[in-house]
Design a protein around this ligand. Structure first.
Ligand SMILES: *Cc1c(COP(=O)(O)O)cnc(C)c1O
Length: 428
């Protein structure tokens, strides 16, 4: 690190010992980072090629209002997404308000009363428990007569193929596969693993719809699940594919017949894709998508940097410092409430927005313990921006993700180390 940069970090309140320690760890990660840059470069070309093929022009950035008929920007955006994901069709809209909403639309649109949904990868993301009706919830799919079955992963993280075979029956209409571990400790699935699972399921029941919850996985590999047999892929635009610039939104890509059902469910039967004004957001959606491959690369570098630093202090980390990555989430088990709080306060102190705020644990709806969250984001709740959260309960694991640039992620992680040191929890 040159002297000028070193002085800048000192001005941001990082101490000599923290800077020297973290720099040494960073020096050991050059090869890992090069491999990430190569994936980002490939994905950047994939995005540019899709934009060029669809002749993206500034006319597509114009706002539509009212019904949004003839919103050519929206149509091109959806064509670009379909090309990137190598799919027949896409629905990419600000009216898909978040990832949970996009998943709800995809599930509800492609099931009918009497059908069953199967998750062959264990419990889905927390918010989907209400959607499916695993916990009784008003307007859940369960209330519409759609049943649910789940097969957990085996203890070693592998698919329980025999359990899955036994769970597929004449009612099974849709299989939902969550790519990312989310806030669980199971491994994240690679696109290749998802492909194997889909082949197995289609071998038993070819007509079943295979949907992938792709949240946090986009652009981490050079392939997406839609290239290995997924009929639908669904995600949030305030995570990876929005590139930090999308202020709202979700996407659904996949086979035309299933995406069309989603459009009818999102707007109204008979109206479908034809309505839905984009209110001037198209430019941010396009530009965010354009930046997304490099943004995801920065977030991945941050996650790997953190894993290596905290592993060196003997804190358990998932994934560990050297294993391959299939999403951008990093879990660090910090073993005490004080360490969790210090970590989150470090992330917050490094933020471009609200760095002067000190996060504290707080009761939150849906959680059994207090939760602490660090986020200094330009877009509320955006988790492609550097953010961390943790329930204050054993084993005191903190989940963190994002960083619109690698340099910001790096600062946040060094700040977390600084705060742990200042709290007397680390001896460096
Ligand atoms: C974030 C996430 C969701 C839900 O997305 P929201 O935008 O928060 O509603 C669903 N599944 C997974 C795996 C996620 O990470």
């Amino acid at each position: 690190m040159n002297a000028e940069l070193y002085q800048m970090y000192r001005r941001l309140n990082l101490s000599d010992s923290v800077l020297n320690y973290c720099s040494k760890i960073e020096d050991g990660l050059k090869e890992r980072f090069e491999a990430i840059d190569q994936i980002a470069e490939y994905n950047q070309m994939k995005v540019i090629a899709a934009m060029q093929k669809n002749q993206l022009s500034d006319i597509h950035f114009a706002a539509t209002t009212g019904y949004g008929y003839n919103d050519i920007g929206r149509d091109v955006l959806e064509a670009v997404y379909a090309d990137i994901f190598k799919c027949e069709a896409a629905l990419v809209r600000p009216s898909l308000t978040c990832g949970t909403h996009a998943l709800t639309v995809a599930l509800a649109a492609n099931t009918r009363p009497g059908d069953e949904i199967l998750s062959p990868v264990g419990k889905p993301y927390d918010t989907l428990e209400g959607v499916i009706g695993i916990n009784p919830t008003p307007a859940s799919l369960a209330e519409y007569g759609i049943s649910y079955r789940q097969v957990d992963l085996l203890e070693n993280g592998c698919f329980d193929y025999e359990g899955i075979r036994a769970a597929i029956n004449e009612k099974t209409k849709l299989v939902t596969i969550q790519r990312s571990k989310g806030y669980q400790t199971r491994p994240t699935l690679s696109v290749e693993q998802i492909g194997e699972l889909i082949s197995f399921i289609k071998g038993i029941k070819p007509e079943v719809i295979c949907m992938v919850d792709n949240c946090y996985g986009e652009f981490v590999q050079t392939m997406e699940p839609s290239e290995v047999g997924a009929d639908l892929c669904v995600g949030s635009l305030i995570k990876n594919p929005g590139g930090g610039l999308a202020p709202i939104g979700g996407y659904i890509v996949g086979k035309e017949e299933y995406v069309e059902q989603c459009a009818y469910r999102l707007t109204a039967p008979g109206l479908g894709r034809e309505v839905g004004a984009t209110l001037g957001l198209n430019q941010q959606f396009f530009q965010g998508l354009f930046l997304a491959p490099t943004v995801v690369a920065g977030a991945l570098k941050g996650a790997i940097f953190a894993a290596n630093i905290y592993e060196s202090f003997d804190y358990p980390v998932i994934p560990n410092g050297s294993e391959p990555r299939y999403d951008i989430i990093q879990a660090v088990t910090l073993k005490s409430p004080e360490a969790v709080i210090a970590f989150c306060q470090g992330i917050q102190a490094a933020a471009p927005v609200d760095s002067h705020v000190t996060p504290e644990p707080w009761p939150m709806p849906g959680y059994h313990s207090d939760v602490i969250m660090a986020a200094g984001a330009f877009v509320q709740g955006s988790s492609i921006e550097l953010s961390a959260d943790a329930p204050i309960q054993p084993p005191y694991a903190v989940y963190f993700q994002g960083g619109l640039t690698w340099y910001h992620a790096k600062l946040g992680i060094m700040m977390s180390v600084q705060k742990l040191k200042e709290a007397g929890l680390l001896n460096i």
